[in-house]
Design a protein around this ligand. Structure first.
Ligand SMILES: O=C(O)CCC(=O)C(=O)O
Length: 253
């Protein structure tokens, strides 16, 4: 049964995330997956290095992340801004939203690295920190290939301290994770293609590496800010610029 808007809002307020199985299926899912393949084939080769990350940049099979798909392709722009995804964002953020970034996340088989524990809001630099991320599964995702793990209720305890990680694509991680409480509370979120997870920008989450040697772990991320949230744009741009220089100097991008 599809949950009502008020049930979704209540779950979001209590747990800091919601799970919507089968958000897309059938032809809509087939079409979306075909457009992801098209984007990777036709658009990725035209993107700047700081917008596409590989576990090993000399091997295209290890593609792990794409940033801002919506700004490079009309089909994805439409999916992001004129769709059930944006409608859901408006419900969960209780008003108009700013569609900010559509991303592709993969953990390629054998080499896909863990996602460090983090809160998205730390990267976003918002005041108030009112934003959500949707995580849409394109593959069967489980503990073996690195499903998302949440700490329910963690969004109610403010921003934790983060520091620089060496993980390409997730440059900040929570420094004291896991506390006993984090460890006890953490839940795994396996998913099927077409399932959707949505989390608050303050909800702590992470994922393990892909330990499977044959199965990819592809997903799309949809980031929406509330129109009430003000971005510290200068600090954000400064951070992104320094990070890109750093990654280039390390030969990672
Ligand atoms: O795909 C992952 O492993 C994590 C994605 C994530 O951190 C996010 O969507 O905010």
């Amino acid at each position: 049964m599809t949950p009502s808007d008020s049930e979704l809002l209540e779950a979001m307020e209590t747990e800091g995330f919601v799970f919507l199985p089968n958000f897309l299926n059938g032809e809509a899912l087939t079409e979306l997956t075909a457009h992801v393949d098209r984007f990777i084939r036709d658009v990725v080769p035209t993107l700047r290095p700081e917008q596409v990350f590989y576990e090993d940049k000399s091997n295209p099979e290890t593609l792990k992340q794409i940033q801002h798909m919506n700004t490079h392709d009309l089909w994805f722009h439409d999916l992001f801004t004129n769709s059930r995804f944006q409608e859901l964002a408006e419900v969960l953020l209780k008003g108009p939203v700013v569609p900010k970034n559509m991303q592709y996340f993969n953990k390629p088989p054998g080499v896909g690295q863990p996602t460090p524990p983090h809160q998205d809001g730390y990267y976003f630099m918002l005041n108030p920190c009112e934003a959500i991320t949707m995580w849409f599964a394109l593959d069967v995702v489980d503990e073996e290939n690195g499903c998302v793990r949440y700490v329910p209720g963690s969004h109610r305890h403010g921003m934790r301290e983060h520091s620089r990680t060496q993980t390409l694509g997730f440059s900040q991680g929570i420094t004291d994770y896991p506390t006993d409480q984090d460890r006890k509370g953490e839940v795994t979120c396996p998913a099927q293609p077409g399932d959707l997870l949505v989390h608050d920008a303050l909800t702590i989450h992470r994922a393990d590496a892909n330990r499977s040697c044959t199965r990819s772990r592809r997903a799309l991320g949809f980031i929406y800010y509330s129109e009430r949230a003000r971005e510290d744009r200068e600090a954000h741009t400064r951070y992104q610029r320094r990070l890109a220089e750093d990654l280039k100097s390390q030969g990672k991008i």
